[in-house]
Design a binder for this molecule. Structure first.
Ligand SMILES: [Fe+2]
Ligand SMILES: [Fe+2]
Length: 469
C-alpha cells in the first residue's frame, strides 16, 4: 500500500472517531426516531435504540445490493435510510447509522481487504456527521414541513459532496489518476442517485414520524422504490458492460481475420483511453474513445481477403479499396444512434495533421480531436506489433522516435506530448519535440496523397507509420 494512502486512511479513521464521539456526547438522540416497543407512554432509551436499529436494518438490506459503476465507485441505495435516520435522530445517529448500515456482505466474507473496508466506512462517517450538523443548524425536525425538508436536503447535499470528495481523493491516490478525473467520472450518476434518494429519505422519515410510534411499518412501503432505483442502476451498468463486450467481440472478429492483428483494436482502445486521460478529457469523450477505439477498423469487414491479407505491396486499386475502410466503418455504425459520438472517430482515424491523410484530407484542428488521439494510438500499436512484412516489431523507443519525427506532419503535436506521459511510454527514451516544424508540401491529388501517406505493407519505410491499420 502506498505511504500516501496509508496516511490518508489513518487520517480519515481519526476524523471519524473524533466526529462520532464528539457528536454522541454533544447531541441527544431525538425521540422522534423511537419505536415504542415496551408499550409505555414515555420514550425510553430502549425505544430509541429500536428506532436506530430499524434504520440500520433497512440500510443493511440496501447495502447488500451495491452496484459497481464503470470507474470503480460503488453506488448503494443505502444513503436513503442514512438521510432518514439523520432527519429523525440528529447528527450522532446519522454518523452511527452511516457507519454500521453500510456494512456489505463482501466485507463480512473478507472479500474486501480490511483497509479497504476501513477506508470506505471512514470516508462516509465524517460526511454523515457534518450533514447532520448542517441539517441541525437549518432547523431539522421543525414542525414546518418546508423548513424540515430544506434542512434535510441541505444536509444530504453536504454529505453527498463531502463523500464524493473524500472517496475521489482515495481512488485518485490508489489508481494514480487525476483527482479531477475521479471527481468527474461518476459524479453525474452520483448526483442523479442523490436527487432521487435524498427526498425519498426525507419522505420515509416524515412518514415514520407522522405515523407516530407503531406506524413505523408504513415506512417499509418505501423499500419498493428503493429497490427499483437500485435495479435501474444495476441494469444501466449491466447494459453498458454488455454493449462494450459486444463491440469488443465484433472488433475481435474483424481483427482475427488477419492473424497478425488479433487484439489490435483492444490495445488501440487502451492506448487512446490513456492519452485521453492525460489530456484530461471528460467522461463522455473517454467513453467515445473506448468504443471508437474498439470499432475504428470495423469497416475492414468490407475489404476482401485478397487485399486485407496481401503480403506484397498493394496496387493503386487495392490501396483505394483498403483506404475506404474508415468510410465504410462509419456507414456500418451510422444506424446505431448510441454510437453517434464515435462516428467521426471511425471516419477520420486515418487523417494526417498536415492534411495528407484520408478520407477527407482534413487539416489540423479540422480533424476531430478524438480522431487525432486515435490516430496516434493506432500508429503506435501498429508499429510495436509484429506484422508479416516486419516480423520484429519496433521497440517502444523506435516507435516514439518515429512519432516525434512526424509530430506536426502526421500527428498532432499536443497528442504526441500527451502520449509520452502515458504508461506506454514509461521509461522510454523521448527524443523530445522536433525543434523546427517541418513544412510538408500539400499533395493535391487525393488518391496519390493517400497512396503516399499510407505506404502499404511491403514498403514500411517512413512515413509508413500506419501500414494497414
Ligand atoms: Fe484503420
Ligand atoms: Fe487500426
Amino acid at each position: 500500500m502506498p505511504r500516501a494512502l496509508k496516511i490518508y486512511i489513518v487520517g480519515l479513521v481519526v476524523l471519524s472517531v473524533v466526529s462520532l464521539t464528539a457528536t454522541s456526547l454533544a447531541f441527544k438522540v431525538d425521540p422522534r426516531i423511537a419505536i415504542d416497543i415496551d408499550g409505555s407512554a414515555t420514550v425510553s432509551d430502549l425505544d430509541k435504540l429500536a428506532g436506530i436499529l430499524f434504520w440500520i436494518a433497512i440500510g443493511l438490506v440496501a447495502s447488500a445490493l451495491p452496484v459497481k459503476m464503470p470507474r470503480g465507485m460503488v453506488v448503494a441505495v443505502s444513503s436513503a435510510p442514512i438521510f432518514a435516520a439523520m432527519a429523525l435522530g440528529g447528527p450522532a445517529v446519522a454518523g452511527w447509522v452511516a457507519l454500521i448500515s453500510t456494512i456489505e456482505p463482501r466485507e463480512v466474507q473478507g472479500r474486501i481487504p480490511w483497509y479497504g473496508t476501513l477506508a470506505n466506512h471512514a470516508s462516509l462517517v465524517p460526511p454523515a456527521v457534518i450533514a447532520g450538523l448542517v441539517a441541525e443548524a437549518l432547523g431539522r425536525g421543525s414542525p414546518s414541513h418546508f423548513i424540515d425538508f430544506v434542512a434535510v436536503m441541505a444536509g444530504a447535499s453536504s454529505m453527498f459532496l463531502l463523500n464524493l470528495g473524500l472517496a475521489s481523493v482515495l481512488l485518485s491516490i490508489r489508481t494514480g489518476e487525476s483527482l479531477r478525473q475521479m471527481l468527474l467520472a461518476d459524479s453525474r450518476t452520483f448526483a442523479g442517485s442523490h436527487i432521487t434518494l435524498a427526498p425519498l429519505g426525507w419522505l420515509m422519515a416524515r412518514m415514520f414520524a407522522t405515523e407516530g410510534q407503531g406506524g413505523w411499518w408504513a415506512t417499509l412501503v418505501f423499500a419498493l422504490p428503493l429497490y427499483t432505483t437500485r435495479l435501474a442502476y444495476h441494469q444501466y451498468v449491466e447494459m453498458r458492460e454488455m454493449f462494450t463486450q459486444t463491440i469488443g467481440a465484433l472488433a475481435e472478429a474483424v481483427d482475427k481475420r488477419d492473424p497478425y492483428t488479433s487484439k489490435h483494436s483492444w490495445r488501440v482502445k487502451e492506448i487512446a483511453g490513456d492519452i485521453g486521460r492525460v489530456m484530461r478529457l471528460g467522461e463522455a469523450d473517454l467513453e467515445a474513445l473506448e468504443w471508437g477505439g474498439l470499432l475504428h477498423d470495423v469497416g475492414k469487414i468490407g475489404v476482401g481477403d485478397d487485399v486485407l491479407l496481401k503480403q506484397e505491396q498493394l496496387t493503386r486499386e487495392e490501396r483505394i479499396k483498403m483506404n475506404y475502410h474508415p468510410v465504410l466503418g462509419a456507414e456500418i455504425i451510422a444506424p446505431v444512434t448510441r454510437l453517434k459520438r464515435e462516428l467521426p472517430i471511425i471516419r477520420h482515424h486515418h487523417e494526417w495533421y498536415n492534411g495528407s491523410g484520408y478520407p477527407d484530407r482534413l487539416v489540423a484542428d479540422e480533424i476531430p480531436i478524438l480522431a487525432r488521439i486515435l490516430h496516434a494510438a493506432d500508429a503506435f500499436e501498429a508499429m510495436t506489433a509484429a506484422r508479416p512484412y516486419r516480423m520484429v516489431p519496433l521497440t517502444p523507443e523506435q516507435a516514439l522516435a518515429e512519432m516525434r519525427k512526424f509530430s506536426g506532419i502526421q500527428f498532432d503535436p499536443k497528442v504526441v506530448d500527451a502520449f509520452v506521459k502515458t504508461k506506454w511510454a514509461l521509461g522510454v527514451h523521448d527524443p523530445g519535440a522536433p525543434v523546427v516544424v517541418r513544412q510538408v508540401p500539400m499533395i493535391t491529388d487525393v488518391a496519390a496523397g493517400a497512396a503516399k501517406a499510407d505506404t502499404g505493407r511491403a514498403a514500411d519505410s517512413a512515413p509508413g507509420l500506419e501500414p494497414h491499420n
